[in-house]
Design a protein around this ligand. Structure first.
Ligand SMILES: CC(C)(COP(=O)(O)OP(=O)(O)OC[C@H]1O[C@@H](n2cnc3c(N)ncnc32)[C@H](O)[C@@H]1OP(=O)(O)O)[C@@H](O)C(=O)NCCC(=O)NCCS
Length: 161
């Protein structure tokens, strides 16, 4: 199987919209209260959003092709100093998705390594990401590459107490 990572182009936007929507559904299934349900037109909304992001030189948007077919994407952006998060300028790794039928062939890891290398070229000192606490597959991948846990998000449900 041939695996290739390349920058996304506008021609990828429909596929990115579909995968972005799948990413929203995946998280909603992991924790339905914490992660929103996919709103109507989530695919076109996601495609529009990523289309705008593509124009920014602070954004890294990559796709993975397995045997010439787009099966995954990675999306990250440079963020400046953030006083709310007490975080200096860094790369933020926002989305990583590989279609279920294409998993286990190294696309997730290769997308991640290319994202790191793009952030390194942008002169960023570190890459920060969030992973759902009940998503061990993703956490394993990130830990294998070298990420260390630095923050724990906690949620208290108020309705229905
Ligand atoms: C997390 C995710 C991106 C991983 O994608 P992937 O393409 O399957 O990732 P990889 O193939 O690089 O690694 C997955 C596993 O396959 C194994 N693998 C990779 N290449 C392999 C190969 N050629 N042969 C056998 N196994 C292989 C890896 O060792 C890894 O094993 P592990 O899970 O036991 O650690 C994917 O599961 C996904 O999209 N999940 C839903 C969205 C998500 O969780 N995103 C992250 C949000 S923070």
């Amino acid at each position: 199987m041939s695996l290739r990572i390349r920058p996304a182009t506008r021609a990828d936007l429909d596929g990115l919209g579909r995968m972005g929507a799948a990413m929203v559904s995946f998280h909603h299934q992991l924790a339905p209260n914490r992660f929103m349900a996919p709103p109507p037109q989530v695919e076109s909304g996601y495609a529009q959003w990523l289309g705008r992001e593509l124009a920014s030189n602070e954004v890294v948007l990559l796709v993975a092709e397995l045997d010439q077919k787009v099966v995954g994407y990675a999306y990250g952006r440079e963020e400046g100093t953030d006083w709310e998060l007490l975080r200096e300028r860094c790369g933020v790794f926002i989305d990583l998705w590989v279609d279920p039928t294409a998993r286990g062939h190294g696309a997730g890891e290769k997308l991640t390594r290319e994202m790191i290398s793009a952030f390194r070229k942008m002169g960023l000192p570190r890459v920060v990401l969030m992973a759902a606490s009940n998503n061990p597959t993703a956490q394993r991948l990130f830990a294998r590459i070298g990420w260390q846990p630095t923050m724990v998000e906690m949620t208290l449900e108020l309705e229905g107490e």
